[in-house]
Design a protein around this ligand. Structure first.
Ligand code: SF4
Length: 697
C-alpha cells in the first residue's frame, strides 16, 4: 500500500530485503528524488511487531550505492576466446577497463545464449547448471528452474539452502512430510516451554529473538543450547553450553529420558505415528543415549543433570523447538532434525497452537526458492522432477572432471559462502561460461564471463516467503531501469528457444498457482494484497492460509508421522575429551546482526560497517598463551584464512573458537573442506579443528 504524506513524500509498505523473518516495512520515499529516506517497521506490522533490527532500519544505502552494477559487462578474455560471439555483439561493446567491456542487456544475453548453445552442443544438455534464487523473488526463482529444466533440458538446479537448511527439509520430509516451520512466530507467546538449539536468534533472526526475550520475561522457560555462551542464555532457565558436534547425542538423550520416565503421549503416538516401538528399543539400547554419559565428559558434567530436567519440562508442557544452522551444518544435520521431530512426535508437541517445530530460515526467500523447485530433487511444490539433478558440491566435482561447463548464477556468492574455496576456485577455472546476475561485483561476479546488474528487492514487485511460510507480495519502493532477474532469464530463455510468454511477474505467479496447487492455488496477487499487513501462510486456498500445520494429520503420503532412529557416533571433541586428547582448537562460525551473509548489501551502509568492520576471532582468556599476537591465521588441510584479529572473552569455552564469515577478505571458507551432512551434503561449517598460526606484527 502507498500513502502520500506530503507533496513528493510517500510511505510505501513492503517487506524487508534481508533475513528469513520477513519483517513488514514502511519506507519513507522521496518520489521526486526517487530515494528511500528512512525505513520503519509498519506500525501495524504483524511480523515486525513495530520494530526492525539495524539491518532492516539502516541497510538500504546499497540501493543508491555508486558501486551498483548498472551496465552489463563481458570479460575481454571471454570474447577473445569466443570470436564468433565477439563478432555478433561487436556493435554493442565499449571499453570499460583492462578486464571488462560494457555492453547492453540484449548483447549480454545474446552472448550468454550463444555460449550455452555451443556448450550444450559440445558437452551435452546436462553440462550446464543454474545456482541461486534465494535472494530474488519467487517468480524469478520459479522461472529460473523452469528455464533450466524445460528449455535447457538440464536437471541441475540448486540454491543456497544447500549450505543452510537442506537438512531441515530432509529431516522433516522424512518424518512429517513437510520441511517448513509448523507454527507462526507468535506461537512463541502461546507456548509454555521453548527449546532453542543451534540458533543465535538475537543476532541472526533478531525480531524472532525479541519475541523469545519477551516471552521469557513473562515467565516462559527457555532451554538454550549452543557451543558458546550467547545473549539468549541470559534469558534462559537452562543455559546449556554443549561440546561441538553433540546435537544428535543431546537430542537422543532427551528422548531417552522421556522414554525411560514414560513421559510420552501414548494416544498421540498410537493415533498419529508409526515405528515408535522400534525407535524406543533402539534408544534404550543406544550406548550413548543415557544422559549419565556426560558425567565422564570433563567440563560438561552438569549436562547429566540438566538434560533430564529439560526433557521433563518439554514433555509435560505445550512446547516449541526452534533451531538454526547450529543444527543443520554438521555431518549429522539431517539426523539431528529427525531427532528434533521425534521429540515432538513422542510428546504430541505438534499440530496445535504453541507447540511445534520451527527451523529459522536464513535468507529473505530461501523458503520460497525451495518451494519454487530450485532444488535438484524437487520440482515446484516438492513434486518429483522429471530427472533428479546434482547438488552443488557434486556440480563442483563435475566442473573439475569437465562434465559441467556452464554456470548460470543469481545472487549466490558461491566463491565466498560455500566451503572449500580453493577447490571451487580451481573448478571455476575449468568452466567455459559463468553468467552472473547480481547487484554488485561480488567475488563470484569478479570471476564471471558475463555479469548483468539487476533490480534489488526494494525496486521490484515479487513474492517472498519467510521462515513461517508467510507469503508476502512486495511493492517497489523506488523506480529502477534495471531488469528484474526474471526479465534477464526471459531474454536468455527466448534466445534458447523457450516460449512461455511471461510478460509480468504476475503472469509467472499465475503459472506457479497452476503448478504448485498444494500450497499456492488460492494465493492470487489480489488476495496477497488484501492480506498485506497480516501476511498469509501457505498452504493457501481460496478460503485463506494455514498458520499451523499438521493439526489433523501429517503431510506424509499416509498422513502418519514416522520415527527414524539414528544413533550418535562417538567422534570429534567429545572423543578427544574422553581420551584426554583435547589439545587442538575447534572453531565454530556464525552471523552477526549488522551483516547479511557475504555483506554484499550491508557493507554499503556506514552505520552497519561501523558496528562490524571485520570478522573477529573470539578466544577464551585461558588460551591466551597460544595467541600472543594481535592477529592469527587459521589453517586446515584445505587452506588457510587471512590474518584474523583476536579478541579474548569468557563467552567461548577453552579450546573453542568463534568467528563470523561476512567479509570476503577473511577467506574463512578456505579452511572448510568437503565434510558435509551425510544425506544432503550441507557443509559442516559449524565445527572444524584448526591449527593456529601466529602472525608477526
Ligand atoms: S529481523 Fe530480518 S527481516 Fe526483520 S528487520 Fe531484521 S533483517 Fe529485516
Amino acid at each position: 500500500m502507498t500513502k502520500k504524506v506530503e507533496n513528493d513524500y510517500e510511505v510505501i509498505d513492503s517487506v524487508c530485503a534481508y533475513c528469513g523473518v520477513g519483517c513488514d516495512i514502511a519506507a519513507h520515499v522521496d518520489t521526486k528524488e526517487n530515494k528511500i529516506k528512512k525505513i520503519f517497521a509498519h506500525p501495524d506490522g504483524a511480523t515486525s511487531e513495530g520494530k526492525l533490527c539495524i539491518k532492516g532500519t539502516y541497510g538500504y544505502d546499497f540501493v543508491d550505492a555508486k558501486e551498483r552494477l548498472r551496465t552489463p559487462r563481458i570479460r575481454k578474455s571471454f570474447l577473445e576466446k569466443n570470436p564468433e560471439i565477439k563478432e555478433a555483439i561487436s556493435d554493442s561493446i565499449t571499453e570499460l577497463d583492462d578486464t571488462w567491456y560494457e555492453t547492453d542487456l540484449d548483447a549480454a544475453t545474446t552472448a550468454g545464449a550463444m555460449k550455452l548453445k555451443e556448450i550444450q552442443a559440445t558437452y551435452g544438455e546436462k553440462s550446464v547448471c543454474s545456482l541461486g534464487g534465494a535472494r530474488t523473488s519467487c517468480e524469478s526463482a520459479y522461472y529460473f528452474q523452469k528455464f533450466t529444466r524445460d528449455t535447457l533440458n538440464s536437471p541441475h538446479v540448486d540454491n543456497c539452502a544447500r549450505v543452510c537448511h537442506s537438512p531441515s527439509l530432509k529431516g522433516m520430509r522424512l518424518t512429517i512430510g513437510e520441511g517448513a516451520a509448523s507454527n507462526p512466530f507468535d506461537d512463541i507467546y502461546k507456548t509454555e516451554f521453548m527449546i532453542v538449539m543451534g540458533s543465535n536468534t538475537t543476532e541472526a533472526h533478531p525480531i524472532v529473538g525479541n519475541r523469545m526475550i519477551k516471552a521469557a520475561q513473562k515467565g516462559t522457560p527457555i532451554a538454550c543450547f549452543d557451543v558458546r555462551e550467547i545473549k539468549l542464555h541470559r534469558f534462559s532457565k537452562y543455559k546449556a553450553v554443549t561440546p561441538h558436534e553433540s546435537n544428535l547425542l543431546v537430542l537422543n538423550m532427551l528422548a531417552y529420558t522421556i522414554i525411560t520416565e514414560e513421559l510420552y503421549h501414548k494416544d498421540f503416538i498410537k493415533n498419529r505415528t508409526k515405528n515408535f516401538e522400534h525407535f524406543k528399543e533402539n534408544i534404550l539400547n543406544d550406548p550413548y543415549a543415557n544422559p549419565e554419559f556426560f558425567r565422564e565428559v570433563e567440563g560438561y558434567e552438569y549436562l547429566a543433570d540438566m538434560l533430564p530436567e529439560i526433557a521433563r519440562e518439554y514433555a509435560t508442557k505445550k512446547s516449541l523447538i526452534l533451531w538454526g544452522l547450529g543444527i543443520t551444518e554438521h555431518v549429522d544435520g539431517s539426523y539431528a532434525v529427525m531427532a528434533i521431530v521425534h521429540l515432538a512426535l513422542m510428546t504430541g508437541n505438534i499440530g496445535k497452537d504453541g507447540a511445534g517445530v520451527m527451523p529459522l530460515r536464513g535468507q529473505t526467500n530461501v523458503q520460497g526458492a525451495c518451494d519454487m523447485g530450485m532444488l535438484p530433487y524437487y520440482a515446484p511444490d516438492y513434486t518429483a522432477p522429471k530427472e533428479v539433478g546434482l547438488m552443488t558440491p557434486q556440480l563442483v566435482d563435475g566442473m573439475l572432471d569437465g562434465t559441467i561447463k556452464g554456470v548460470l548464477n543469481i545472487g549466490e556468492d558461491l566463491t565466498h559462502i560455500h566451503p572449500n574455496i580453493n577447490k571451487i576456485t580451481k573448478a571455476f577455472t575449468n568452466l567455459d561460461l559463468i553468467f552472473v546476475q547480481e547487484l554488485f561485483m561480488t567475488d563470484i561476479a569478479e570471476r564471471a564471463d558475463i555479469v548483468v546488474g539487476v533490480k534489488s528487492a526494494y525496486e521490484k514487485t515479487g513474492i517472498y516467503i519467510n521462515a513461517m511460510r508467510k507469503v508476502h507480495l512486495s511493492t517497489p519502493l523506488v523506480h529502477s531501469d534495471l531488469p528484474d532477474d526474471w526479465e534477464v532469464i526471459k531474454l536468455l530463455d527466448e534466445k534458447m528457444g523457450g516460449e512461455f510468454g511471461f510478460e509480468t511477474s504476475e503472469d509467472i505467479w499465475e503459472d506457479v498457482r497452476k503448478t504448485a496447487t498444494n500450497r499456492f492455488s488460492g494465493a492470487s496477487y489480489e488476495m496477497l494484497r488484501a492480506n498485506e499487513k497480516q501476511g498469509i501462510s501457505w498452504p493457501i486456498t481460496e478460503e485463506g492460509g494455514t498458520p499451523v500445520l499438521h493439526r489433523e494429520d501429517f503431510r506424509t503420503k499416509d498422513g502418519i508421522g514416522a520415527f527414524r532412529y539414528h544413533g550418535y557416533k562417538l567422534s570429534g571433541m567429545i572423543e578427544e575429551i574422553l581420551n584426554n586428547k583435547l589439545t587442538g582448537y575447534h572453531l565454530t562460525t556464525g552471523r552477526i546482526m549488522a551483516h547479511y551473509n557475504n555483506s554484499a548489501q550491508t557493507k554499503y551502509t556506514e552505520n552497519l560497517m561501523k558496528k562490524h568492520k571485520e570478522d573477529v576471532l573470539l578466544v577464551h582468556e585461558s588460551d591466551s598463551a597460544d595467541f600472543p599476537t594481535e592477529r592469527v591465521i587459521l589453517k586446515t588441510e584445505y587452506g588457510q584464512t587471512n590474518p584474523l584479529k583476536v579478541k579474548f572473552t569468557d563467552k567461548v569455552r577453552p579450546k573453542t573458537l568463534y568467528t563470523t564469515f561476512h567479509h570476503v577478505d577473511s577467506k574463512l571458507n578456505n579452511i572448510f573442506g568437503d565434510k558435509s551432512d551425510e544425506l544432503i551434503m550441507t557443509a559442516a561449517f559449524k565445527s572444524i579443528q584448526v591449527d593456529v598460526i601466529t602472525v608477526s606484527a
